[in-house]
Every structure is written in C-alpha cells, then in structure tokens.
Design a protein around this ligand. Structure first.
Ligand code: BDR
Length: 335
C-alpha cells in the first residue's frame, strides 16, 4: 500500500511540475522565440478570409511574430470552430484572434481561453462576451443601411425587393440585415417581397436558396416580380449572382451585395451587380494582430475599433481607392 501511495504522489508531483513552466510562460514573451498567435477565421472558403489572413501576415512580418492560421471550412460550423479555439488553448498559444461564427456559441471557448490567461481579440463579427480585449470590425449595421439606401436610390424609391439573409446567429450578417431593413423602412414606395430566407454558410447553399426565391416570384409569362435584391456577404452575394445568371435575370434586376471577390468584381464590371458594400479585411486582419500584440505587451488598447466600409459601384470601381480595395495584395503576404 505504502509503495502504491509513493508512486501516486510521484505521478502527481511530476504532473504539477509539467504544468508549472507552461502557466508561468503563457504571458511572457518567450525570450528568443516569436509570439505564437492563433488566427481563427469563420470559414476558409470565401476570399474575404484569405484577405484577413494576408493583412495579419503583414502585421506579423512587421512585428516578428508567428501566426497559426486554422478555421472551419464552412462559415456556419459552430462545433468545428469551438474545437479549433479549444485546441489553441491546449497548445497554449500566446494569443487568439477570432472571428466568431456565432455570437453565443463561441462564448464558452473564449471564457476558457480567458481563464487560461490567453488573451482574445475578436474581429469581423461580434461576440456576446466581455472577455475580448478588443473588437475590430466594420460597422455592420451601417453597412447594411448603406446597401439599403443605395438599392432604394437605384429603384427610384419604389418597387419590389428581396433580402437573402446569411447565417442565423452570425452577428456580422444579422446586423447588416437589420441595417438594410431599417433603411428600407424610410422608403414607403418599396415593398419587401421576401426577407426570411437564409443563404447559409456557403455559396452553394445560397445558390439553392436564391433559386427558390426567384422561382417563387416568377409569373406565368416568365417575368420576375422582383425589382431589387440585397445580400449581406460574399457567399450569399455569389450564390444569388449565379442564380440570377442561370435564370437569365442577371443585369435585369438591381442587385446590391456585400464584400468583393474576383467573381463579384467581374459581375460589377458587367453591371450584373450594381453595387457592393466592400469592407477592408486587409486592415481588419492587420489590426487584429497589431492589437493583440500590443495587449500582450501591456499597452492600453481600444475595446472597439471601427474599420469603415465603402460603397463600390460599377461607376466608381476603377477609381484608385476603390480599385485598391477590390484588389488587395494577397500574393505579397500569403506564401
Ligand atoms: C463574410 O462573412 C462575414 O462575417 C464577413 O464580414 C464577410 O462579409 C465572409 O465569409
């Protein structure tokens, strides 16, 4: 029995010793080794996230820190993203920059990171938690209003409009949809035909949802009763674009989307899309890394950093500032 107790206490002692160095070096800038920072996007299929990554790599190059880039494939996979955050806490990274898929589901893993003394900066989409050191994003409500006002202007403040929503519980698209609907309310001549369909996490699911909406509002003679469309992010905008193209209505319906990508930019140039509310993911990714490193080093950081979006239209897309926003230097920063 005595031997058994001796063995157990040895095991316990070695376990405590094993943990000690980890807990003591969690916050310290490990001398001679670059800080290891996890950058966890919502998904990895949209070009938007590649641009976030590029901006983060630019900041990492300037600061001499290391980025661990890992996220779920689909931007609606709450479980997968929670697992990534948990895994980074176990790996004891020095900090986490996170774009939460869901404004509630990621609260637990972020709480665990906080309790493990691993700081978190939230980017892109808000989280209902006060544990983040900072929240860096577009003002998504304002972005949605911008889209709504522009669509109303295109329609001469009258006509039938549909909204294809993003992913339920995702703060970024939820807030854009709210802003869009609030803007539309100021135009009594505009009728909202549909606003309860969700495009989901990929352009494929958005394509199917868009097809359903278009067929719902096609009259017997093949005419479309829809005059204007708004989509709140890259995947819903691309899914709707493809559905309009495949049904022969691209360019015949006023269309305001969100975000940019090579395909959305091409459609803008061909006037199949009238306008895109374009964010600055390069800057959001860059500021995400800069801010978490400043926080780790003990500097005071702003709790909310707003990165403005711009309305890019078929008419202004070749202006230098807009052109640069549509064509970020990804290859320069992504190997
Ligand atoms: C899109 O999802 C949003 O959370 C981002 O802001 C972007 O609009 C990318 O998948």
């Amino acid at each position: 029995m005595r031997k058994r107790l001796g063995y157990l206490s040895m095991r316990l002692a070695s376990l405590v010793l094993l943990l000690l160095p980890l807990s003591s070096c969690t916050h310290a800038n490990t001398a001679g080794k670059p800080l290891a920072l996890a950058l966890i996007p919502m998904g990895t299929t949209d070009e938007y996230w590649r641009t976030i990554h590029a901006g983060a790599e630019q900041a990492a190059a300037e600061l001499g820190v290391r980025i661990i880039w890992q996220g779920p494939m689909r931007r609606d996979d709450r479980g997968a993203q929670c697992d990534v955050v948990d895994n980074m806490v176990v790996r004891r990274v020095n900090g986490i920059v996170l774009a939460p898929v869901d404004n509630m589901a990621l609260r637990g893993p972020v709480e665990d990171a906080f309790r493990s003394k691993i700081p978190v900066v939230v980017i892109d989409s808000d989280l209902q938690s006060d544990r983040a050191a900072s929240f860096i994003a577009t003002n998504n409500y304002k972005g949605g209003m911008m889209g709504g006002d522009y669509l109303a202007k295109l329609l001469g403040a009258k006509g039938n409009v549909v909204l294809l929503r993003g992913v339920e519980g995702n703060a970024s698209t939820d807030h854009r949809e709210q802003g869009f609907l609030a803007a539309l309310k100021t135009y009594p001549g505009i009728k909202l035909l549909s606003s309860n369909q969700h495009g989901g996490g990929t352009s494929e699911t958005a394509y199917k949802a868009s097809e359903n909406i278009l067929s719902q509002f096609k009259s017997g003679d093949g005419k479309l009763k829809i005059d204007g469309v708004f989509c709140p992010n890259e995947s819903t905008s691309f899914g709707m674009l493809r559905a309009l193209q495949d049904s022969g209505f691209a360019g015949k319906v006023h269309f305001v989307g969100f975000d940019s990508s090579q395909k959305l930019n091409q459609a803008l140039a061909k006037r199949e899309i009238d306008g895109l509310v374009v964010q600055n993911p390069m800057r959001i990714g860059y500021l995400g890394i800069k801010t978490i490193v400043a926080h780790i080093k003990g500097a005071q950081v702003d709790k909310r950093i707003d990165v403005p979006a711009a309305l890019v239209t078929s008419d202004n897309m070749n202006e230098t500032a807009m052109h640069d926003l549509l064509n970020p230097p990804l290859d320069r920063w992504l190997k």
